[in-house]
Design a protein around this ligand. Structure first.
Ligand code: ZN
Length: 256
């Protein structure tokens, strides 16, 4: 009898690696809550991630999952307050409104085919789409293209001022940073978040100047900020804007 019971008890241990494979996963009742496994964590904890607009439940080992789920449901009021404090989502849907160059633009799905067009006077972005499902993807790709054009122009402008050469420019969805720069063989390879296209132009310009300045000073020393100030007039104003309003940029295209 004892042998039978102990073999039953052992069973969950053998499935440890497959049990790990379910992580990370979203809460069945609220997709804004994500369970993440951490082998280094010593206790269950909650982490608000404003860039991804979600709350992580840090699970210290597979066996703590049940307890972690219980803990998250006990803390549901606290979690709700954190998530409701985020700017409202700006999903890519026809008739919706999104931030573009620091202004509010309406998303319109006109009939027919063709490339997306911006009407700056009426603050409208026209994105022709064959069906409703492909609309969000088209809007997103259009914004990434716009971001790439503007960030490429701005990067060359500031690199020229510093007498430096730009290598590759990548524009992607970097959730934690607005930009980063690595210098290789005398060329600066810069990566930007496409979300900068939603910020006012002086903010996008500042981030480009900031990354180009890293080709001169690969740190955040006083010397680095001096370089920034010599090529851009809005360093203080723009960094303050990003600290204060960054969460609005992460709301663009968000579903919840
Ligand atoms: Zn930097």
């Amino acid at each position: 009898m004892g042998g039978f019971l102990s073999s039953l008890k052992k069973k969950p241990n053998t499935g440890d690696s497959s049990a790990k494979a379910i992580f990370p996963f979203r809460d069945a009742n609220d997709p804004r809550i994500v369970y993440r496994l951490s082998d280094r964590a010593r206790r269950i904890s909650l982490k608000v991630n404003t860039a991804d607009r979600e709350v992580s439940v840090v699970v210290p080992g597979v066996r703590a999952l049940k307890k972690a789920q219980k803990f998250a449901s006990q803390q549901s009021d606290w979690i709700a307050v954190q998530l409701e404090g985020l700017p409202p989502p700006q999903p890519f849907e026809a008739g919706g409104h999104i931030l573009m160059r620091g202004e509010i633009y309406e998303l319109v799905s006109p009939p027919g085919r063709g490339r997306p067009k911006i009407d700056h006077e009426r603050r409208v972005i026209n994105v022709p789409s064959p069906d409703a499902e492909s609309f969000p993807g088209r809007v997103r790709r259009f914004l990434i293209r716009e971001a790439r054009d503007e960030l490429t122009a701005a990067s060359h402008f500031y690199a020229d001022k510093l007498g430096k050469r730009i290598g590759k420019i990548s524009v992607r969805d970097t959730s934690s940073r607005w930009g980063s720069c690595i210098t290789r063989k005398g060329e600066g390879h810069i990566s930007y978040s496409w979300r900068l296209i939603s910020a006012p132009p002086f903010v996008l310009d500042y981030v480009a100047a900031h990354e180009c300045a890293h080709m001169v000073e690969d740190n955040h020393s006083a010397a680095f900020w001096n370089v920034c100030d010599t090529i851009n007039d809005d360093v203080k104003k723009a960094s303050k804007w990003l600290r204060k309003n960054g969460a609005f940029l992460h709301a663009v295209g968000a579903e919840w």
